[in-house]
Write a protein that binds this ligand. Structure first.
Ligand code: B1M
Length: 212
């Protein structure tokens, strides 16, 4: 097997130490950092997300795969930065005001990073004005809103309204979280909904790529 094949296996299996060593080996073999990301790490995490969607793996497996990916990216990021290479798409993400649940949101952020998005994570309990300010500052292609409580769903609607009214940036808005449905998404005028972190990658790609 090639170094890149072994690296893909290590990430998918969540073997962080192996992933780091194999990334270093790939760099030593003069494989371009972009090739390691695009041909190995992103497809490996996509496969992880697909397995999660099919319930073949669960949150813990996904988290350890994400950690392995993070270890690999720590070696690659400085080289990409030095070469002036940045991800094509940027996203901001946060859990809406009044809501402290961040495990699912963190998982979505990690999967988006795995899909090679630059992700600015605003944390949990994020007021609408903070989303608006972050969108104005970073001009992302995508804004991700998470809510886990039925009582914070109105804050999600309010955040969508505030972004549309005040951000002045043509950002796509994606929502998710246990009580969220496609129907709610349509009601509050968000652009997309995903039921889990694996689908959140597909939906994010579809939304950003739908912009000409
Ligand atoms: Co809370 N809690 N909690 N809680 N908590 C729930 C959500 C609840 C269902 C438990 C229950 O009653 N059975 C219930 C909500 C009921 C409701 O509103 N219908 C509840 C409650 C009531 C509360 C408190 C009000 C309890 C209290 O104090 N009386 C309180 C509220 C605090 C607040 O937010 N203001 C509270 C507090 C907490 C803790 C702080 C203790 C802790 C959160 C810790 C943390 O997140 N750092 C906590 C936890 C852990 C839970 C449960 C047990 C687990 C949630 C979780 O992390 N799931 C939960 C019960 C349960 O689900 N079994 C519960 C795992 C996570 C991977 O899934 O977040 O759904 P999830 O994310 C998924 C998808 O939803 C989706 O992808 C993720 C990965 O597949 N997704 C997105 C999420 N965001 C997305 C965004 C996207 C796309 C997809 O696009 C942007």
């Amino acid at each position: 097997m090639t170094t890149l094949e072994l690296l893909a296996q290590a990430v998918a299996a969540g073997k962080a130490k192996d992933a780091k060593a194999l990334t270093q080996r790939a760099l030593d073999e003069a494989i371009a950092p972009t090739e390691i990301v695009d041909r190995t790490l992103v497809p490996a995490m996509t496969e992880v997300g697909d397995k999660f969607k099919r319930s073949e793996i669960f949150v813990p497996e996904m988290l350890i795969a994400a950690r392995a990916m993070k270890e690999a990216m720590e070696l690659i990021d400085p080289r990409l930065a030095a070469a002036g290479i940045t991800p094509k798409y940027t996203a901001v993400i946060g859990t809406v005001q009044g809501d402290l649940h961040d495990i699912g949101k963190n998982l979505v952020a990690t999967m988006w990073r795995g899909a090679n998005f630059r992700v600015i994570d605003l944390g949990a309990n994020v007021p609408p004005a903070k989303f608006v300010a972050a969108i104005q500052e970073h001009r992302p292609h995508l804004a991700g809103l998470s809510a886990l409580l039925t009582t914070t769903m109105p804050a999600m609607a309010e955040t969508v309204r505030a972004i549309r009214a005040n951000a002045g940036v043509p950002v796509k808005i994606m929502i998710g979280g246990a009580p969220i449905t496609q129907q709610f998404c349509d009601e509050i005028g968000a652009d997309g909904f995903a039921p889990d972190a694996g689908s959140a990658v597909d939906k994010a790609r579809a939304l950003v790529e739908s912009v000409p």
